[in-house]
Design a protein around this ligand. Structure first.
Ligand SMILES: Cc1cc2nc3c(=O)[nH]c(=O)nc-3n(C[C@H](O)[C@H](O)[C@H](O)COP(=O)(O)OP(=O)(O)OC[C@H]3O[C@@H](n4cnc5c(N)ncnc54)[C@H](O)[C@@H]3O)c2cc1C
Length: 520
């Protein structure tokens, strides 16, 4: 086998003939056997440096060589197998469940939110009426935080596991096969709910269980090693939850980074948790046409993929970086309780809105805010809550405090705001004063630098900054044994995914779910 690189103009498909010609040359074989050569495209990326091209990586095989296919393990019938409780039906929980099915264990999923279709109604209410349902919103509900997102499937680390297992399962459940080869794959929030629903159907068909409206409120480990997992409070049994207590010997805790009640439960029980750094800043919205112009050097054509961007820089010894960029996307309210304001972004599969949004955030460590030290391991969680409340209190609603980019950096009020995709709306505000100086100062230096050195045109008053982007990763870590992946004090309990502080993003959380299930 040889891996070859072939490029072709964007908007044109690579043909079998082109691949065979390149393969004959690379393998040094006779052109007569070109039809018998086997090939597989393994990667496609865009090169916008000069002529705008697709660059393909292709594996080519001689006729006598075996081209092995990636094969997913089959799921077993687990109806009467030993149960493993999974708390949370986000990527970590769902992929843990699928791995348990492969190994013959029965996943019992407890999810505080609703199924993916019911969830949509609560999110519509959130955007149009400003009503936050504490259990059903952009972070909580079937599929977790990533269901109504851009569905970017990037992860920087392949050390966490075999990304192919995640991508192939997503394709099995309905994602477009192009995610298997694209350098920057994404699914889109119009397609993700179908994938999430198909995963649930598969888990139930194979004997696993899903319980919605089931918010876990307590976990107790009995002396015999069994866990009692309490749902919706001991005394208040919800009319919608089917049961109030579930029992198993192993529990995967995959509740995501917004389940503040879970961290508070650990703290109350005296179970080890640790304060962890995270990143905070603003959501930045530009016209997508401007980002297309910048990234394609003025050569953008409508048939080209909507342009993305990402950057990382250092300002005053701290990382400042773009986070979860949504090309052709919209801004959404990602609060999980009333009285708080936090923004995130999502796109559909076509990425065809007229806006580009991204978080631009500054790294924060617990020692940066000594005034929160009194909260111990919950120090940065409390800090995060306070900022989100401050933003809400400024507007008194889910309208976001907002300022034009150059005005923010010059530290002057904006006179009028540009249009925004954010449905609840924006209110002119001195974001430069409202954000902590640690963040505001670094952003003030970062935006002009990005505009000067990396993306000419990015630093503009046509860009709107909206506050606040504060749910980049968990401000708390639930520590676990690096070998067994169990909690350092509680055998049989597996802190998992983004909420435990060991993953960030859909793919890495899914991989962490697979890894925890594999340990079980
Ligand atoms: C709007 C938005 C857009 C995003 N876009 C992207 C993107 O494009 N690409 C990307 O890689 N990442 C994106 N992310 C981040 C990504 O969604 C998360 O990194 C990922 O979902 C984390 O997976 P997880 O399974 O660890 O946790 P989560 O997805 O947060 O899932 C946790 C689940 O646990 C449930 N839960 C919480 N507490 C309890 C409880 N007490 N009892 C029972 N259930 C509970 C929640 O309801 C939730 O379903 C986005 C996030 C948001 C909010």
């Amino acid at each position: 086998m040889k891996e070859i690189e072939i490029s072709c103009k964007l908007g044109k498909e690579l043909t079998a003939d082109e691949i065979q010609t390149a393969a004959v040359k690379a393998l040094g074989v006779s052109p007569k056997i070109r039809q018998q050569l086997k090939y597989r495209i393994v990667r496609r990326s865009i090169d916008a440096r000069n002529d705008i091209l697709y660059r393909y990586k292709v594996e080519v095989y001689r006729p006598e060589e075996v081209m092995a296919e990636y094969v997913l393990e089959e799921y077993k019938d687990v109806s009467s197998a030993e149960p493993v409780i999974i708390i949370g039906a986000g990527p970590a929980g769902m992929f843990a469940a699928l791995r348990l099915l492969m190994k013959g264990l029965k996943p019992v999923i407890l999810e505080r939110g609703k199924d993916v279709h019911q969830r949509k109604f609560d999110m519509a209410k959130l955007s149009t009426e400003g009503v936050v349902d504490n259990d059903s919103n952009y972070c909580f509900g079937e599929g977790g935080a990533g269901t109504f997102s851009d569905g970017k499937l990037y992860t920087r680390s392949s050390k966490r596991g075999d990304i192919r297992e995640v991508l192939h399962q997503l394709v099995r459940f309905g994602a477009d096969p192009s995610i298997l080869i694209d350098a920057h794959p994404h699914i889109g929030s119009d397609k993700l709910p179908i994938v999430v629903e198909n995963i649930r159907k598969c888990i139930i068909e194979h004997g696993g269980e899903y319980h919605f409206n089931s918010r876990v409120t307590d976990i107790t480990r009995r002396p015999d090693g069994q866990f009692d997992v309490e749902v919706n409070g001991a005394s208040v049994i919800s009319s919608v939850a089917e049961k109030s207590l579930y029992t198993s010997r192993k529990v995967i805790l995959a509740t995501g980074h917004s389940a503040r009640d879970i961290y508070e439960m650990f703290d109350r029980k005296g179970w080890a948790i640790q304060a962890k750094g995270f990143a905070l800043g603003v959501r930045v919205e530009h016209p997508q046409s401007l980002i297309n112009k910048i990234q394609y050097h003025g050569k953008y054509q409508p048939y080209m993929p909507t342009a993305e961007y990402s950057f990382v820089t250092q300002v005053l010894d701290r990382g400042v970086f773009s986070f979860c960029m949504c090309p052709g996307g919209i801004l959404v309210p990602a609060a999980t309780a009333s009285g708080e304001l936090v923004l995130n972004g999502m796109s559909n599969s076509q990425r065809n809105s007229k806006w580009a949004n991204s978080g631009v955030v500054v790294q924060i460590e617990p020692e940066d805010f000594p005034e929160y030290a009194q909260y111990g391991p919950l120090a940065l969680l409390q800090f995060q809550k306070d900022i989100e409340r401050k933003m809400f209190e400024y507007t008194g609603s889910l309208k976001a405090p907002a300022q034009r980019m150059m005005d923010f950096c010059r530290r002057i009020p904006s006179s009028g705001l540009p249009q925004t995709s954010y449905h609840p709306g924006a209110v002119n505000a001195p974001l430069h004063e409202m954000l902590p100086e640690h963040v505001s100062l670094r952003l003030k230096y970062a935006f002009p630098e990005i505009g000067n050195k990396k993306m000419h045109g990015y630093y503009t008053n046509d860009a709107l900054l909206l506050g606040v982007e504060s749910r980049t990763s968990s401000p708390v870590r639930i520590p676990r044994d690096p070998e067994t992946l169990e909690h350092i004090e509680i055998a049989g309990l597996y802190p998992c995914g983004e909420g435990a502080g060991y993953a960030g993003g859909i793919v890495s959380s899914a991989l962490d779910g697979i890894n925890c299930a594999a340990k079980i």
